[in-house]
Design a protein around this ligand. Sequence first.
Ligand SMILES: Cc1cc2nc3c(=O)[nH]c(=O)nc-3n(C[C@H](O)[C@H](O)[C@H](O)COP(=O)(O)OP(=O)(O)OC[C@H]3O[C@@H](n4cnc5c(N)ncnc54)[C@H](O)[C@@H]3O)c2cc1C
Length: 614
Amino acid sequence: MGLFSTRKTKFVDSDILVIGGGMAGCGATYESRYWGRDLKVVCVEKANIDRSGAVAQGLYAINCYMGMQWDENQPEDHVRYARNDLMGLVREDLGYDIARHVDSTVHMFEEWGLPIMKDPETGRYQREGKWQIMIHGESYKPIVAEAARKAATEIYNRIMVTHLLMDDTKPNRVAGAVGFSVRDGDFYVFRAKAVIVCAGGASHIFKPRAVGEGMGRTWYAPWSSASAYGLPILTGAKMMQMENRIVLTRFKDGYGPVGAYFLHLKTYTENAYGEPYEPTWYESIKEMVGDYVDRQPVPTCLRNHALLEEVKAGRGPIRMVTKEAFQDPHKEKVGWENFLGMTIGQAVVWASQNIDPKEVNPELTTSEPYVMGSHATCSGAWASGPEDYAPDDYQWGYNRMMTVDGLFGAGDTIGGAAHKFSSGSFAEGRIAAKAAVKYVMDLKGEQPQAGEAQIDGFKETVFKPLENYQVGRNEIVAGTVSPSYISPLQGLQRLEKIMDEYVGGIGANYMTNEPMLVRGLEHLAWLTEDLDHIGAEDLHQLQRAWELNHRVITSECVTQHTLFRKETRWPGYYYRGDFMKLDDKDWHVFTGSEYDAKSGEWQMSTMPVHHIID
Ligand SMILES: Cc1cc2nc3c(=O)[nH]c(=O)nc-3n(C[C@H](O)[C@H](O)[C@H](O)COP(=O)(O)OP(=O)(O)OC[C@H]3O[C@@H](n4cnc5c(N)ncnc54)[C@H](O)[C@@H]3O)c2cc1C
């Protein structure tokens, strides 16, 4: 037994356990109560659900709303849109399922007090684009969290979930989760009949553009630490499309959003010499990806690609032309409000760099890659689809259940359904919860068992970094370099360097190939060995240590998938230098992986892409 095994253990039993109280987690918690009136519903969150997750700072637009009440769009239209943007590869059943339910979710947000802008002429929601509606969304997250708080039996804030518990009596069935309080260090054991993972996507697995004191300045929230993938991967759950990382074109240094600028303010981009550059690259893109370049709207990755090529050709920086639009006082107001509602940092960066967009056209840049299942990419877990709509080989049980019994997911966690965004993530949380309630009812009181041996084992593992530090620091007289442990930050920077250089980060212009990926995997294996020797000096660092663990296993998964798919499907997100073209003949398929935690082996596979909608 380790030094810290005397820590208090707290047991929390529930019917449904929701891990992560972001958009999807709040949706799952809310809906679990709706269908499971008498069930015990617990939500556990590493921050505080009132201001946690990617929406913590607020949003200025809800990016997924059909507008079916006014016949603006139908769910089929959204599936076509997402399929086009993802170069043909989406789970159409999952996307359709979200699209048909998302409007009712948005109507609930409005009922709960979210101010949605209205078009003064039509009285309809103010559109920013075909799918986006504009909101006064600074308080979006607290509003949504209030609904979850009222629905839950208990919310546990400030608990970092580190591992999932598995049933000792039935193979491949989840039994709950364990974690620790980042405030008092108590060990928590959550025993549950069904678990819904809603723990967000992954930033900081690739080296960001801003390092050192600026390392928190990324597009994606720095606290999105890959738990959504790390937790299921370690149980052997099947993952899909993990190579499909996202790269964003955003305002330089502050990563302020560009959607409202393009769509509402009608601004456009040009190269350093004031010329349009996308037409320059049309023929070469067509050569790489064929007809996909002619689709409307042009897929996001291809627009990134044109920007990257133009900069490589020596005609950067690329700028957003704001000077014209900002002469209109209404547009100027919207332009600034857009940042104040969701990315205040961009306004501060412009102020600090003397940029008034009325006078200066601001620079754009591309971000480092992130892993997400809810934005313009669809990495995540392979999940069972809706009973009334999914093809037979896409369903094996309850809707949104992974390949592990009783383990559900929503939002960034679930792969295949891109463009769900905040509203679609909440809607998917609701969908998963409804199915999880049914799963619990069908158990008829049977309870998965997680015995003492499993729990004690995790307890020792979870607090080991504190012990490593306590023991190892005796070998140090000063400074942070130790012969026997690495700090979480040192581990993180090592990970980011490996991923950047070998797996297609900014430092390599998003380029990789088989030898690079194989070498990257070797480095990741050595880093994984060293994870047993992380030293954490306090509970905050202990959280960082476990976030790093989740990031590393997710990175390995991303690398394995990138190695497996032998084509360049999404130029502008990453390139396989040894297979520079899109290959619809051999690779119009989903990639899948299953990890065996005992052997450390990955089983790779392909799954068919069924086109359900014409
Ligand atoms: C920069 C940015 C801009 C965006 N802009 C828009 C927009 O304008 N409009 C729009 O509709 N959508 C937008 N989105 C998308 C939207 O934010 C996401 O689709 C949505 O938040 C995903 O929901 P989620 O629940 O999967 O993840 P999140 O909302 O991020 O929630 C994940 C939760 O899990 C918690 N968690 C993580 N790990 C653990 C752990 N180990 N233990 C316990 N808790 C854990 C986190 O603290 C967090 O609360 C944007 C996203 C980003 C990153």
